[in-house]
Each structure stands twice: as C-alpha cells, then as structure tokens.
Design a protein. Structure first.
Lengths: 215, 215
DNA sequence: TCAACAATTGACCAATGGGACAATAAAAAG
DNA sequence: CTTTTTATTGTCCCATTGGTCAATTGTTGA
C-alpha cells in the first residue's frame, strides 16, 4: 500500500470525518474500484484487480464489502458525491436564478471531471443499472437532485410547465454530451459543452415566454 | 433450434440476400447475442447464454464467429442497421429540409425501437467502446451518418457554423433522452422525446437567425 | 506484559468462462 | 452411391472468479 495507492486529484481526505481507520480503507477501496472501472469496464472489473489497484489483497476487499455488487454500488455513490459537490460548491456562490442555472451547468462540466476515463466508468455503471436495484436507486436520487436544482432556478424564469420541460431537456443534453465525450474522446470540449447547454436554455426561455414584458 | 429461436419484430429475413444457410445462422446468432445483451448486460453475456438463446450449442457460436468480441461487434452492427433503416425509410419520404429534419428525429424514436431493453443492450455496448477498437469504429460511423443526415437538412436552414452546433446538440439530446429511458424506464415517452428535440431545434433556429428576411 | 481485538494475508474451493478439438451428422457435389 | 464439404455437437482443458476461512500479524488498552 505505498506506490499503488490511487490518489485522485479530488480525493482529498477530511481528517475530521475519517477518524476510523476502517473508513479510510473503505474509501481507498471505493476509489480503487472506480479506477479499475475506468480502465477495464464492468466486464473486466475483478476483485483481484481492485485489490491490486489499492495495493492490497483480494481478501481485504471482501473484508470491507460484503460482495462485489456492494463494492461497486459504493463506488457509484462515491463518484456521484464528487460530481455533486462540484455543483453544490458553485451553487453556493450563485445569487440570481440565472446564476444558479449556470452553476448547475458549469458544475456538470468541471474541468477535472469532464474527462473520458471518468465517463467510461460512469457508463459502465449505468449499463448495470437495469440489473441492480441499488444502482437504480442511486441513479434515481442523483437525477432527482439534479432536477430539483434546475427547477428551483427555473421557477423564477418560466412557467412550471415549461420549467419541467426545460429541466428534462437540460439533463438529457448534459448526459448526451457526456456520452459523446465517452464515445469519442476529444470530440467535445468543456467549453463547447457548456455553450451548448446554455444556448439550449436561452433558446427555450426565449421561445416559451411569448414576450413577457418587452424590452 | 425450434422454440428458442428469437424473432424480433424487426428481424425480417430477406429471402433474396440470405441465400446461404451460413448467413441465416450468423444473423440468428447476432440477434441472439443482442437479446442476451438486453437481459444480462455485457458482464453477464456469455457464449453459452447466447447459444441457448439461439437454441444451439456453444460450439456453433464459435464456429461462426472467431471469438466473443467479434460476435458482439456484429451484434452492434446489426442493431445499428435496424436503427438506421428506420431513419432512412422516413428520410425517403421527406421533401423539404424541415421534413428531413423531422424524419431524422422521429426515426430515432420509432415506437418499437425506443424501448428500455434495446436501450440497455445499447448502453452495454457503448460501455465497451473505449476498450474495443472495432466497436469504437462502428460507433464513429453511426455518429457520422447521423450527423451527415442532420447537416444536409440544416444547411438549408442555418449558417454552416450554426448547423454544426445544432447538429451536435440534436445528437446529444437524442442520446441523452435514450439514456433517460434506459436509466428510468417510463420516465420519457416517445412523444415527449420527439417534442423535446423539435423544441430544441425550433429554439435554436429562431435564436440564431437574426431575422433573415422577415415574414 | 499480555490478552483482546482489528487488520490482513494467502491458501483453498467450487463454479464458470472462453476457446480448442475430435467426432458425428447432414448436405452437396460428383 | 460415393466423396467431399459443411453444420453441429459434446467433451476437454485451463485460467479466472467470487467467495470462504483459518492462520498471522499488528494495535491497543488494561
């Protein structure tokens, strides 16, 4: 457990919350699992590889997680938390509804997150959602929060009916742009992606509000 | 090979092109592979299951396909062909650029195709793209054609620069809506999806063309 | 210092995987 | 009716996998 330990740039360890050694190990293993997922995909992700990635033995993995499924479920939660934090951080600095909207959008394409490997792992996890109840629930929660964030901003900018539609469009568009990144790395830049979504929002807001007050 | 033969609704067999028995077998196996993918995902898709699905023995699968990889690469081609045909069929009946645009959009959400199982299989395949050169190429071709179809329609409706942007947006939005369907079946209806994309296009076209001629 | 406990390992196991192959059945060709 | 391909099966092999477990090695607190 020396040189093989994977330390993502966003893998800072809060010395306060991680009192227990076991918690540290668990976090290490979750991250190792995710790293393996990035490289090998769900089909190639084996307990042994995860152990190796964490610089430990296979036994230890099953000591901290009941089984493979549970391990990867926690890996998904971990990854989601990171993504979510990026959005929340930006959200805290936003004042107007429009700023909050941009916060969500830009947070979803954070420089160090909007990267092919992360996307590949994410894709693999998503591909298993239909066969893993827990993964499905996590996914559902993630989407619900995203949606909620969007709606709270949009309610100040459009009718509830329109806000709903636009929120769906934004989430779909974001997911679609991530997918593009995963399928053809380099085909979408962070800036392009952000612009796309912002343009979409602008287009929809203009289209749906039939001249509210006029300039 | 009697009752277990899977015959998708879209699995019509052209008696002209499929002279050779081997071609029939290959097509059966490709479709069986895809069916297994729908149920089990890439991680659970095994040669034995594919064989069972086709009502044959494992040996026969490897008789027609060099190895597992090749089998699933052909499965992806097959699925793509189906999707593509749906679009092409509609495209043939379209006259104006706008009609062509709608053809692409509606073709991508064809009733009997826009279904969770198909999406799940598709997702599993996409998740493997980063580790399979061939899959990546197929994926690239698919996207290129889609893009080309969109651009040929859009060139009559927007500047080349804008057309590019809009084409990217449309593909991403379509993919994103499919993803939603896969992650939360029932959360997006075919009609909703189509409306979303059409609204997007309308919003963008209105936004980008600063009053070309005026009504 | 020593007992209690947590962490960690490595050996082990049964099941399953992909793939090779020889043997057999079925067709086609002559 | 042979001969020659082609289709198909079942068996065998070996590597791998998820998971269990007993044994070992720290750690810690009394």
């Amino acid at each position: 457990m020396d040189k093989n330990v994977n330390v993502d740039s966003h893998a800072w360890i809060d010395p306060v919350k991680l009192k227990r050694l076991s918690d540290i190990r668990r976090k290490e293993l979750r991250q190792a699992a995710f790293a393996v997922l990035e490289r090998e995909g769900i089909a190639g992700a084996t307990l042994e590889k995860v152990a190796a990635q964490a610089g430990a033995s296979k036994g230890i993995v099953l000591h901290y997680f009941r089984n493979k499924q549970e391990l990867f479920e926690h890996a998904m939660r971990e990854a989601n938390a990171v993504l979510c934090n990026a959005v929340v951080a930006r959200l805290r600095q936003a004042r107007t509804p429009m700023e909050r909207l941009d916060a969500v959008i830009e947070g979803n394409f954070e420089e160090h997150l909007f990267q092919p490997p992360l996307c590949h792992a994410w894709l693999s996890l998503c591909a298993e959602v239909p066969r893993d109840e827990k993964l499905a629930r996590i996914q559902k929660v993630i989407h619900a929060r995203m949606r909620s964030n969007l709606l709270s901003s949009l309610h100040g900018l459009a009718s509830p009916r329109d806000a709903n539609d636009i929120a769906l469009g934004v989430t779909a568009l974001i997911d679609g742009l991530w997918l593009r990144l995963g399928l053809q790395p380099g085909s979408v830049s962070r800036e392009q992606a952000i612009l796309q979504v912002k343009n979409y929002v602008a287009g929809q807001l203009a289209r749906r509000e039939p001249v509210t007050v006029g300039a």
